[in-house]
Design a protein around this ligand. Structure first.
Ligand SMILES: Cc1cc2nc3c(=O)[nH]c(=O)nc-3n(C[C@H](O)[C@H](O)[C@H](O)COP(=O)(O)OP(=O)(O)OC[C@H]3O[C@@H](n4cnc5c(N)ncnc54)[C@H](O)[C@@H]3O)c2cc1C
Length: 434
């Protein structure tokens, strides 16, 4: 098969790839120099839409509506944008072998791609229950959500099992957003997770109590402290019931599993330095191999603000790290320098009529402020995290754009506080004064 050569190759066609492509165009990439190779059949899109408006019965999002970079208020890069810029968008092409010393990628169909500079943007894959050998986990309608094909299967199942029953396994981001999306579709939803409260990696028990109460009011049944240990199926292979460790059995027409992800780095095992489960990168997203960069979910990078090395699986970082890597590549070629990446962690989620944002680090003591009762009419409340006498993290539900900006500033500036009771009383007023 013919070999194709490019000056730059982005491996992966997700969020980072799309934002990198826009930055390449801004930096003046020449026609024929850049290729994006993606397993997916569609041009880069804003992945978070898949667990939100993609599943809504009304106001449904469909491509081309949410191609990058609309998620951050930018230009929408339609599939034709790429050839217009002379960028090769090579879709439905899975790379199965990467040889970094010879700068070669090989696809499942046997094509060879050569590059001078590579950006690894392969993102994450979902952890499957069948990976742990959970009995019956390969039954039909046990679904996962990572890519648009997965979302289409879910949309199909929602249509087919109208007014049916769904069990959501997992109480993290995906679990919370999908429970809401299915409920809005009039599906009877139960959520199951082993932890004492939902989203324990970020939420305090106080924050979680609001969401659990709110979801219960919306008719979502929450079952905590247990896990799915097996599934029963109908004769046609479709899932029928979920068996829980505590002995309960839940009827289910659809099961959606959201138990976490894993960065996709196996292609590069042994060829590049790893750290904390990802590919080790510097503040310019350069890896240990010359001319190889890693961005988005796969990159473990220096988080300057906390003097720590971390991996961040969130869309804001995917966008910004991609832009930083491309800027660094061009700066290097032009003998210029740019500032090191200085990222303020930012996560968000939307479900039902709720919307929260979080900035900074969720470590140390916490104070809750505002009205966090699930019955509250405004449901405007939040939390600060305080470490070594400084506010290092801030969470806000139902904030206005100005209020969200204010909590972002708090997390960046890290103002000192000496009285936590005062801080709780002041709440958002504290942030608006910074
Ligand atoms: C359903 C869902 C909802 C989310 N919601 C939010 C949210 O609300 N807020 C938030 O902050 N974050 C959210 N995230 C996380 C966010 O989407 C990711 O952090 C972000 O997409 C990471 O970007 P990336 O470019 O690193 O990877 P991805 O966007 O996953 O892109 C990776 C791409 O690489 C391709 N690929 C992988 N391996 C190969 C290969 N061998 N050959 C060819 N192509 C390959 C994949 O097919 C994919 O196109 C959500 C994620 C999901 C799945």
């Amino acid at each position: 098969m013919a070999e194709k050569s490019f000056k730059y190759v982005i491996l992966g066609g997700g969020v980072s790839a799309g934002y990198a492509a826009r930055e390449f165009a801004k930096q003046g990439v020449k026609p024929g120099e850049l290729a994006i190779i993606s397993k997916e059949a569609v041009a880069p899109y804003e992945r978070p839409a898949l667990s939100k408006a993609y599943l809504f019965p009304e106001g449904t999002a469909r491509l081309p509506g949410f191609h990058v970079c609309v998620g951050s208020g930018g230009e929408r890069l339609l599939p034709e944008w790429y050839p217009e810029k002379g960028i090769s968008l090579i879709l439905s092409t899975e790379i199965v072998k990467a040889d970094l010393p010879s700068k070669t990628l090989i696809s499942a169909a046997g094509e060879t791609f050569k590059y001078e500079t590579l950006i690894i943007a392969t993102g994450s894959t979902v952890i499957k229950l069948s990976d742990f050998g959970v009995q019956g986990a390969d039954a039909k309608n046990i679904l996962y959500l990572r890519e648009i094909d997965d979302a289409d299967k879910l949309v199909e199942a929602i249509k087919e099992k109208k007014n049916g029953k769904a069990v959501i396994v997992g109480g993290g981001y995906i679990g919370l957003e999908l429970s809401a999306a299915l409920r809005i579709n009039n599906i009877d939803v139960s959520m199951v997770y082993p932890e004492p409260w939902c989203m324990p990696r970020l939420f305090t028990s106080d924050i979680a109590a609001f969401y659990e109460g709110y979801y219960a009011k919306k008719g979502v049944k929450i079952i905590k402290g247990t896990v799915a240990v097996g599934f029963d199926a109908h004769e046609n292979g479709e899932v029928k019931a979920v068996k829980l460790k505590d002995g309960r059995v839940l009827e289910a027409d659809i099961v959606v599993v959201g138990v976490g992800g894993r960065p996709l780095i196996t292609l590069f095992k042994g060829q590049v330095e790893e750290e904390k489960g990802g590919i080790k990168a510097d503040g310019f997203f350069k890896t240990s191999i010359p001319n190889v960069y890693a961005v988005g979910d796969v990159a473990t990078f220096p988080l300057k603000l906390y003097n720590e090395i971390r991996r961040v699986e969130h869309v804001d970082h995917a966008r910004k790290s991609a832009e930083q890597a491309v800027k660094a590549i061009f700066a290097r070629e032009q003998g210029k320098s740019i500032d090191e990446y200085d990222y303020l962690p930012y996560f968000y989620s939307r479900a039902f009529d709720l919307s929260w944002q979080f900035y900074g680090d969720n470590v140390g003591d916490t104070v809750l402020f505002g009205d966090s009762s699930p019955d509250s009419s405004t449901h405007k409340f939040g939390s600060y995290w305080i470490k070594d006498g400084k506010v290092v993290g801030a969470f806000l539900e139902s904030g206005t754009p100005e209020e969200n900006k204010a909590i972002a500033k708090v997390a960046r500036v890290q103002p000192p506080v000496d009285n936590l009771d005062e801080l709780a009383k002041e709440g958002l007023t504290f942030a608006s004064k910074i």
